[in-house]
Design a protein around this ligand. Sequence first.
Ligand SMILES: [Zn+2]
Length: 403
Amino acid sequence: MRKENPITAWLRMQTGLGSGLTPESLAQWQRERIRAVREYAGSHCRFYEKERDFTTPEDLREDPEAFLCVLPKEIARIITLRTSGSQGNPKRVFFTAEDLEATADFFTPGMALMTKPGQCVAVFMGGSGEYTIGGLLKKALAKNQVECQVHGLIRDFEAAGKAAGGADCLVGIPGQLLRLSRLRPDLRPGAVLLSGDYVPESVCRELKTVWETEVFHHWGMTETGYGGAVECGAHAGAHLRHGDLYLEIVDPKTGKLVPAGSYGELVLTTFARRGMPLIRYRTGDIGRLLTGPCGCGDLLPRLDKVMGRRENLIFLPDGDVISIHLLDEVLYPCPRIRDFSVSMTPDYLFQFQILGEAADLDEIRGELLLRWPHLSFRLERTKELPSLGNGKRKISRMETSME
Ligand SMILES: [Zn+2]
């Protein structure tokens, strides 16, 4: 018999549901946890004294201390998040030691999906210290008898190449590991774990080809306590920390829940965080939940690949999404395309200007329809693209329909 996904096995224990763990029993268990965290937060911190529909990043910026549910001396780590270019206070997130231990508890089964006892992992993400991503991974992997070397974000790629040499698994952010693969195509990590708000498919493909490796996605953010969800070897959505986190998917404009399976903004509730629980926190990340069994046998909802930040996406009437980044993924791999620009009419007709004399427009349209079968695409060749005003590419919106 196939071995059970270690995350599923861990959730059986963590929730106490054991062999009775099903999507339905989990949902019931989670409803009770939501009630409990509302009660705890409502009686331990200022912010949740009154009922609120949502918690926003602005709330975290304005008065982070209002979320504090324990005495300041019980806080083991404060993470300060500055958004580049934005005015005002940074976001601050507080954790007790046990809040972060809970993340390590998730990393243990999570990393067992891609490593075996006796192997070695090289981590090219933030920090030394017990309660950083690196420190927590190290702690988690020690329980699996896996060695872990934490190198932090890559500044010196030559040195990183040397450090990655003997590792069975590399952990890092997409752009940095892509650059490392171009410098050191000879590396052969058995597995690569990518974390980031958007993991470009083109990066995954290149890493798989160049390093002949298996690429896993992880989704998480500081507000989830770093860890959030990770793919298994079936690569059909990421397995969530269902015992610690609850995700709802809402329409970013109206705040209403979207129909099952549709894209929307991920809204986060933490169950067991003592320092700074978050209730219905608007993450700004766009994604959707997958239901139905995973290839590994797990039956619980999974998080599909996160599509990035809400400000970059256009929501389509069928629940799907489109963005310039998603179009890049489809168009840039097509041979003979040098560049393109695109505009959209109010009735979702997409008009492309393609730079590249020998580009095969029918082939490109075919690729687009494979990804978005319900949309209309019109393509024409051009000798010159409109210049970019502020340097940022995007799908431009036309005021009127084409016909
Ligand atoms: Zn799975």
